[in-house]
Design a protein around this ligand. Structure first.
Ligand code: FUC
Length: 767
């Protein structure tokens, strides 16, 4: 072997070896650049997001800013729709579903019928002439410091690139370094897929202006180059020569201020960000400190196997053949936390259907907020994995839709309170969209309100409960006091018109609605008690709740999806909404309602194990709540394994090479729901006790968790070996009584705020 080749081979070996050791829980890495978007690696600071491709000769940074959407401020409410409510209900009661849907489509839907779309913003391209020839290429996303890196050897020089999105600096940083002085030469340009766009040049600066096709919004992105080399302008590019390093700082903004106001000045906003942007080292220090404060609070360690050291794409293919790589599950959970920190920070919008990562002008389902499962699922792991403040953007959105939803409650239902149907967008549309058969679904706001209640249950923050949560929960509940209607056949109160999400069309009384409404009423009743307020209102909710149609077991032993026993046991529909009471709801449990639980399991068996990404993720959580760790693991496997049709097109759920979840195409909910499901097999805390290892899959005989939060205000660390609990530590944040369960063993402790309690194998109390 020639000496140079030997050195390169050795270097490659060392680099790969380094990746192999100790990183299997914390790094996604590859031996080649991304060829397509779903291989690129995401960064984000809540408001800005980018996908880094890592090409050696041509690098692409595809970026987004969260407020670039089509449309403009408007009310979507259909004035006077409530005049038709009685007739729609009457038609449904008479079994005339088609007539009811037709009437509702004509008189009851959002104006306009569709909501608006999240937009790609632009791209930064970097050209490195001659770097097509390279060796020892590695690309990675390091979850520990939220940085995407790539490096390779070209022309005897080692080039390294690091990219991160800084929350404190409100900017994306991209830093390039060459191992030899003055050997870095490249050019940088900006572009966008928008029809109306403009690129302007400044000294060491580029500016991209984009106008959305339909609507009031435009965006400005500014990119500044800081380098020790020379910078010249040529053909719409900045050409950097003879440099040793260079930092690109990217800022982007739009004229969106809030859902009512588009009077912002993105030019001034981005200029200010660039003016204040610290140099690379300082920016990185601030970024990593800010990020680590959140990320380091929680850890999950599952042991690596002999495939864990492989590059992530190869590791995924191996897992398909032999699903023995526990560390991959830990990586998946931490990746979900990474995505949440990157797409949902205080002061930003909540994570949408793609988080904030979107490279299209017509993304699937407009990359909006679908709230009949998807948006809620995005936040399933947030409290448990100690990222409570990342929940805040969702609460802000709930507050805003409670305002638009109050108008919809009035115009469509002549009701008090507020209502949100199955979708919202950046303009906070709340009326039923698309088509009556699935758009008229009334419990979106109720479900989202329960997220505020969950935040309280985990944090025990009474000021939050009083000032933020309760007013929104109460408004959501008030709506149902006016909306619920007597079923003429049974005399029970039912939700009509509505639908069992996207299955079976417009109906009177879908099971899921009743479960959600009962849960909301219960949360309000408990809150009124905690806050010593609204006793009469709580009383009214309790009386009403008792009259709502209960869960029914149907003729096949299944949990009925509707009031009538018409479930199709051959249907493999991706939504299994009537099991909401199992997860995230909690009215169907092994101890309190064993018969209903059995029926729910039957329903899930009938639905089968396949599905799109979020559907698989929901099923993991269901099986965990059924305390069936083995079936949960069967579903976890599917979360990783892409399904292809005969034409080799991805057709079912699974993970892309960058671990993005496939709907397909990419939809982020499954990443979050999958992470929540993995954890739900390890700890559950919804029944007034902390249930430890309730559904541990045999494939995960040992592991370690730290910083996991539970309801009741506890934070715990835990270890297990050979499938048995070996150590547990509980920190009490609020001084509540703590009941722990491990199998049949129960231990109760009266805790003191701020104190830590230790337990040994099998929950043995330690001093
Ligand atoms: C619901 C689901 C679809 C998709 C969309 C965003 O409509 O039925 O599968 O997830 O939301």
């Amino acid at each position: 072997m020639k000496p140079l080749i030997q050195t390169v081979t050795l270097l490659t070996f060392i680099i790969f070896k380094c990746h192999a050791q100790g990183n299997s829980n914390t790094k996604l890495w590859y031996k080649q650049p991304a060829k397509q978007w779903e291989e690129a690696l995401p960064i984000g600071n809540g408001a800005l997001a980018a996908m880094i491709f890592g090409g050696a000769e041509t690098e692409q940074i595809q970026f987004n800013e969260e407020t670039l959407w089509t449309g403009e401020p408007r009310s979507y409410a259909h004035k006077g729709a409530s005049a038709h409510l009685g007739e729609i209900r009457r038609l449904l009661n008479e079994g005339k579903q088609k007539e009811a849907e037709t009437l509702a489509n004509a008189e009851f839907m959002s104006q306009p019928m569709r909501q608006m779309a999240y937009q790609a913003f632009g791209d930064v391209y970097l050209d490195f002439p001659g770097h097509g020839q390279h060796t020892a290429y590695v690309r990675e996303l390091d979850l520990r410091d939220a940085t995407v890196k790539s490096s390779y050897q070209s022309g005897g020089v080692r080039y390294t690139r690091e990219a991160f999105a800084s929350y404190p600096a409100k900017a994306i940083y991209y830093h390039i370094n060459s191992s030899q002085k003055g050997r870095l030469d490249f050019s940088v340009r900006m572009d966008a897929i928008h029809a109306k766009k403009e690129v302007n040049m400044g000294e060491k600066q580029l500016e991209l202006e984009v106008y959305v096709d339909k609507g009031a919004l435009f965006g400005i992105a500014k990119l500044k180059v800081i380098t020790d080399g020379t910078v010249k302008q040529a053909d719409g590019k900045l050409v950097v020569s003879n440099a040793t390093n260079a930092t690109l700082v990217l800022a982007a903004a739009t004229n969106y201020i809030d859902y009512k106001n588009t009077g912002g000045d993105p030019g001034a906003k981005t200029a200010e960000v660039l003016r204040n942007a610290p140099a690379f080292e300082k920016a990185f220090a601030a970024h990593s400190a800010d990020y680590e404060k959140l990320y380091n609070r929680f850890n999950l360690t599952l042991p690596p196997s002999n495939t864990s050291a492989l590059p992530t794409d190869e590791r995924l293919s191996q897992f398909k053949k032999n699903p023995d790589d526990p560390a991959l599950l830990a990586l998946y959970v931490q990746f979900a936390r990474y995505l949440l920190i990157a797409s949902s920070r205080p002061g930003t919008h909540p994570a949408n259907l793609q988080g904030k990562w979107n490279h299209k002008l017509n993304p699937s389902w407009d990359s909006k907020y679908t709230v009949n499962i998807n948006t809620e699922m995005n936040y399933w792991p947030v409290e448990m994995t100690n990222l409570s403040e990342c929940h805040e953007p969702l609460f802000q959105m709930v507050k805003e839709v409670s305002q638009t939803g109050a108008e919809v409650a009035k115009e469509h239902y002549n009701a008090r309170g507020w209502v949100l149907h199955h979708n919202t967008d950046v303009w906070r549309g709340a009326a039923p969209i698309n088509a009556s058969n699935h758009g008229i679904w009334v419990t979106g706001g109720a479900w989202l309100s329960l997220h505020l209640w969950e935040h309280y249950r985990f944090t025990q923050d009474k000021a939050f409960l009083q000032n933020t949560a309760y007013p929104l929960m109460k408004g959501a509940a008030e709506f149902f006091l006016d909306f619920l209607v007597k079923d003429p056949k049974t005399g029970l109160l039912i939700s009509s018109p509505s639908n069992s999400p996207e299955n079976g069309g417009l109906v009177a009384g879908p099971t899921m609605d009743h479960q959600i409404i009962r849960a909301l009423f219960k949360a309000c009743i408990e809150t009124a008690d905690i806050l010593k307020t609204d006793a009469a209102f709580a009383q009214k909710l309790a009386e009403t709740s008792r009259q709502i149609a209960p869960n029914h077991i149907g003729r096949y032993g299944q949990l009925q999806e509707w009031m009538t026993d018409i479930d199709d046991t051959t249907s493999h529909h991706r939504h299994v909404s009537h099991l909401w009471g199992v997860y995230p709801g909690e009215e169907i449990t092994p101890t309190a309602t064993p018969e209903l639980l059995k029926a729910a399991m039957k329903s899930l068996h009938y639905r089968g194990d396949d599905g799109t990404g979020w559907s698989l993720a929901w099923k993991i959580n269901y099986w965990a709540r059924f305390l069936d760790g083995e079936h949960a693991y069967t579903m976890i496997r599917k979360l990783f394994n892409p399904v292809y049709d005969a034409g080799q097109k991805m057709s079912g759920g699974g993970s892309y090479p960058n671990l993005f979840d496939a709907h397909p195409p990419f939809q982020i909910d499954g990443n979050f729901g999958g992470a929540a499901g993995i954890l739900e097999t390890l700890v559950q805390s919804h029944l007034g006790e902390i249930n430890v290892l309730p559904a541990l899959p045999g494939a995960l005989p040992e592991g370690r968790i730290s910083g996991l939060c539970t309801r009741g205000g506890f934070e715990m660390d835990m270890e297990w070996k050979n499938g048995r609990l070996t150590a547990l530590t509980v920190r009490s944040k609020a001084g509540n009584a703590c009941k722990l369960r491990y199998g049949n063993k129960v231990v109760s402790v009266n805790t003191m705020k701020g104190k830590t309690y230790r337990f040994g194998p099998d929950l043995k109390v330690l001093k």
